[in-house]
Structures are given as structure tokens and as C-alpha cells.
Design a protein. Structure first.
Length: 257
């Protein structure tokens, strides 16, 4: 499959739209991978989605139907605890949601101020956080473990990629399916492309595949091995991102004669 990405920078696009001779305000892209795209960006982004599904399924089994990236599910769960007056459960869910939001805020701050090397920076922080979560799980500090993983998943959402008009790499399942429906409705009129529909479908399938794998692993091996597997996967992605970053930096260096 050919990755349908563009190498045009946001600044270049802004200049084109503004026209020659007019002042241009720099435009910052929402796509977390735009400034540090790995060698195989679509595969990379789909792996991020799969990892979110993997940890969501593992957390769902371990933490009594709580999620670490699917905050829509946690919000429904929160409403049910409000109806039941279950204050302890309510506080745990609010903690998980708050940790996710804090992670998203931290990731956004990093993305807004990182001129280069965004992907390695975020992945390195993810590895450190997941190692902390692994230690908390081994020490049976369940609540701390849950908050750290939820924070990490919020942070990870900054590493997404716009492909075919679709954000790939996020764990927003409802959004994936809504965009798929939109694309299918607009295809006959030419207002959407088959590529955008396929990207939404692939993103959803990656999440489902990750969740299925997480469900199998957590039931057979437990939650701590799931965290270990997540650390290993993120570490591999970090090594690949650093290698791609070094190669990109080397190719961008001026040739001396």
C-alpha cells in the first residue's frame, strides 16, 4: 500500500494560499507526525491505534470495566455511577478521565514547542511512563498504575497523522466510525474519496485488532505482562523513530566540497 501523505510543509501551504508579496502568519499543523514523520507513517500511526485498543481491553478486564483511552466509555460509566451514588467508583473514573486530559495537555505543549524530533521525544516519555506503570503494577499500586497509563494514552494522541482527510493514530472509536459513515454518504457526490473511507475503516480495524490481542493476553497472562509488551513495542517504535530522525538529519546536512 502506498502511503498517501504530503511533504508540503504547513508554512509552504500558507504562503501559497496567501499569495506572493503578502505577509504570512505561520500555520501550525494539528498532525503530530507532520514535523517528524517516520519511514512508514501509515503503519506507524495504525500501530499507535492498535496499542490504544490493546491497553483499553487489558484495562477493561483488570480495572472493572474502566478504559485508559476510550473516554466515551468512561463517561458513560461515570453517569451510571452518578445515578447509583457510588462515590468511590465515581472518583476513580474522574481520576482516569483527568489523567487522560492531563496527558493530552502535556502532549500538546510538547508538540507546540518542538520544532523537530517530536516523535522520538514523545515516545521516549511514553517508555518512561509505561515503565513506571509496570513498576506500579508489580507493586500492586493499581490506582497509580491506572492513572499513569491513562495519562500516557492522552499524551500519545498527539502522535497522529492526517491521511486521506482522516486522523490516523488516535483511539477515538466513535469518531472513526462517524467519519466512515460521512465518507460513504459523500462518495456518490464526489465530496469524499474512497481513500478517506478506507483510512477510517483501517483505523477502526487496527483498534479492534489491538483490543482482541489485549483481551487474549490479559486473560491468559495477566495485566502486568500486557504492560511489559506495551513497553517493548513503544521502545521498538522509539528506536525506529530515532533512526529515521538521524537519517533525515544526515540527508538534510549540506554536502561539503
Amino acid at each position: 500500500m502506498t502511503d498517501m501523505t504530503s511533504n508540503i510543509s504547513p508554512q509552504t501551504a500558507a504562503r501559497s494560499l496567501a499569495g506572493a508579496g503578502k505577509p504570512v502568519t505561520p500555520v501550525r499543523s494539528d498532525a503530530g507526525l507532520d514535523r517528524a514523520t517516520p519511514r512508514h507513517p501509515l503503519t506507524f500511526a495504525l500501530t499507535l491505534t492498535g496499542l490504544a485498543g490493546f491497553l483499553d481491553a487489558a484495562a477493561y478486564v483488570r480495572f472493572d470495566h474502566l478504559y485508559v483511552s476510550f473516554m466515551s466509555g468512561n463517561s458513560t460509566h461515570l453517569g451510571m455511577t452518578l445515578a447509583d451514588g457510588a462515590v468511590p467508583d465515581m472518583l476513580v473514573i474522574l481520576g482516569a478521565v483527568g489523567a487522560f486530559v492531563a496527558g493530552a495537555a502535556a502532549g500538546t505543549r510538547i508538540a507546540d514547542h518542538a520544532s523537530s524530533g517530536l516523535v522520538p521525544r514523545v515516545l521516549a516519555l511514553e517508555v518512561a511512563l509505561m515503565v513506571m506503570a509496570l513498576g506500579a503494577s508489580l507493586a500492586s499500586w493499581s490506582l497509580i498504575c491506572l492513572m499513569i497509563v491513562a495519562f500516557t494514552m492522552g499524551l500519545q494522541n498527539v502522535l497522529h497523522l492526517a491521511v486521506g482527510g482522516v486522523d490516523v493514530g488516535k483511539g477515538f472509536v466513535t469518531g472513526m466510525l462517524f467519519r466512515l459513515g460521512q465518507s460513504l454518504a459523500r462518495l456518490p457526490e464526489g465530496r469524499a474519496t474512497l481513500a478517506s473511507a478506507l483510512m477510517s475503516l483501517l483505523n477502526w480495524l487496527a483498534f479492534i485488532a489491538g483490543a482482541a490481542t489485549g483481551g487474549l493476553v490479559v486473560r491468559r497472562l495477566g495485566f502486568t505482562p500486557c504492560l511489559g509488551a506495551a513497553v517493548a513495542l513503544i521502545a521498538v517504535m522509539l528506536l525506529m523513530a530515532r533512526a529515521a530522525d538521524r537519517k533525515r538529519s544526515g540527508s538534510a546536512s549540506p554536502v561539503q566540497t
